[in-house]
Ligand binder design. Sequence first.
Ligand code: FES
Length: 212
Amino acid sequence: MSAAAAGSDRPVDLEKSAAEIPDAETTEVPEKLRAEIEAYMARYPDPRSATLPALEAAQRVHGWCSPQALEQVACVMRLTPAYLESVATFYDMLETTPVGRHSIYVCTNISCSLRGGDALYAAVRDAAADEPEEFNVRSFECLGACDIAPMASVDGVYVGPLALEDVPRLLDDARAGRRVLVEKQLAPRLVADTQANSREFPPHPPQEPASR
Ligand code: FES
């Protein structure tokens, strides 16, 4: 059975005042964040469809979906923070409590598990245990990269196949702000979708058709 969504076990605060759309005159929103959210809103007939990428953008700025982050998104989208909180507490990649700077998701689903994913997760979790402000380590369901099992997502960058010996350098690279385990990243590999997981790399040039 999957774990309850974050926040679903918290009682409703009946003393809380009714949520209002934040005043655009008095709510400060970083210019870059505002522009990014507005660009997402422009993509859809109903601007609320931009809620998830807008929250993800605010999370990148604030580290989590803090009350201030929700306030800023609500101000730009002309929604209530309560509406945004209801979305943020449903999706578990949106953090509703402070977490470490680097999110490391270690896949422990079937393909990765069969290739040592559980031991890998335990090793990463234990190695990062003393640095909760630095690392947010979680086991995760299939991240869709079973061909590089066992694998992990480090701040959205996929690396694998991973061995237990890779754990210290994975954490060192992330801590130092370096590209993590460069030779094990998914992005430089030739794939059908040249944009896949290309956050750190420019897209590949078109691939030559295989000669017969
Ligand atoms: S089972 Fe780990 S990526 Fe699919």
